[in-house]
Write a protein that binds this ligand. Structure first.
Ligand code: A2P
Length: 272
């Protein structure tokens, strides 16, 4: 069995589990005391659909702790990007938040998930509703050409408590629009709508309230969501998912799955 270079807190000679790849951290960026992004090398044989998640861990114990992470990079990317919270005393994130370039990350070989284009029937507009780290799967999907082949307009909403937490999404959309590869495909189709709930911002309030009041549609200059034209994906806390689902169902959308595509799909934003 192979042995690994030491990551933070690692013990020597930890074996790589047979169902994992051992990959190298290539960049780390901290946004706030609670949020950071990192990128790792991508194994040549690791295939995934944009929007899926995978289990990741650190080689710092005989039985490493694994947590589900949405892959934030698109399926064509040479590297893999992840967006993480820092949970105080979190079994994985208390160590993961200290990773540095060159450290080793364990990546399970199989990815899965329901926030994929295949789980939705075609439509005119795709709404992506996210809170907190729930934006991660959409960071993947907004950079995938298939999303723009399937929809004329892609509306990414991201709601956080504080304005600083919106930085990842704002930067991401900016980079995507200005990217030499995907910029042209995205131009005029990708719309970003950020809102903060506990600080003043251009848009304030929970996405559920912005939907229910119609403020979102007024701000975007779009008609209210309707099942003939609109599709949606939701990623956030359990409470946010349930409340958003109820509103979308009120608009006439119905939940889909990989084996039964329909007009909206959901996934819980994972906690590290
Ligand atoms: P709020 O500040 O009003 O609680 P959290 O970090 O708790 O997951 O929250 C992330 C964002 O999601 C916050 O802006 C929070 O708003 C919002 N949020 C929390 N619960 C819900 C819910 N049930 N429906 C819609 N948005 C929610």
């Amino acid at each position: 069995m192979d042995t690994l270079a030491l990551a933070d807190g690692a013990r020597p000679h930890i074996a790589i589990p047979a169902n994992c790849f051992a990959e190298t951290v290539t960049s780390v960026h901290h946004y706030t005391d609670f949020l950071f992004k990192f990128r790792i090398t991508r194994p040549a044989s690791f295939r995934f659909r944009s929007g899926e998640f995978v289990m990741i861990g650190l080689p710092n114990a005989e039985k490493p702790v694994f947590r589900a992470y949405s892959i934030a990079s698109p399926s064509w990317d040479e590297e893999l990007e992840f967006f993480s919270i820092k949970v105080p005393n979190g079994p994985l994130t208390e160590h993961l938040q200290k990773i540095q370039i060159g450290d080793t990350i364990l990546l399970r070989k199989k990815s899965t998930g329901t926030l994929v284009n295949d789980a939705l029937i075609p439509g005119k507009r795709l709404y992506m509703f996210s809170t907190g780290t729930g934006i991660a799967p959409f960071a993947s999907l907004i950079r995938d050409p298939e999303t723009y082949e399937k929809f004329d307009q892609v509306i990414l909403t991201h709601t956080c408590r504080e304005v600083a937490e919106l930085a990842y999404g704002e930067e991401l959309v900016d980079r995507t629009i200005n990217d030499p590869l995907v910029g042209e495909m995205v131009d005029g189709k990708l719309v970003y709508y950020g809102s903060a709930t506990r600080e003043p911002h251009a848009h304030t309030g929970r996405i559920t309230d912005l939907l229910a009041s119609g403020q979102l549609f007024t701000d975007l200059g779009l008609p209210p969501i309707n099942p003939d034209e609109d599709r949606a994906m939701i990623c956030g806390s359990m409470a946010m998912i349930n409340d958003t689902k109820a509103i979308l169902e009120g608009f006439g959308l119905t939940e889909g799955a990989n084996n039964a595509p329909s007009t909206y799909v959901v996934e819980r934003a994972f906690v590290g």
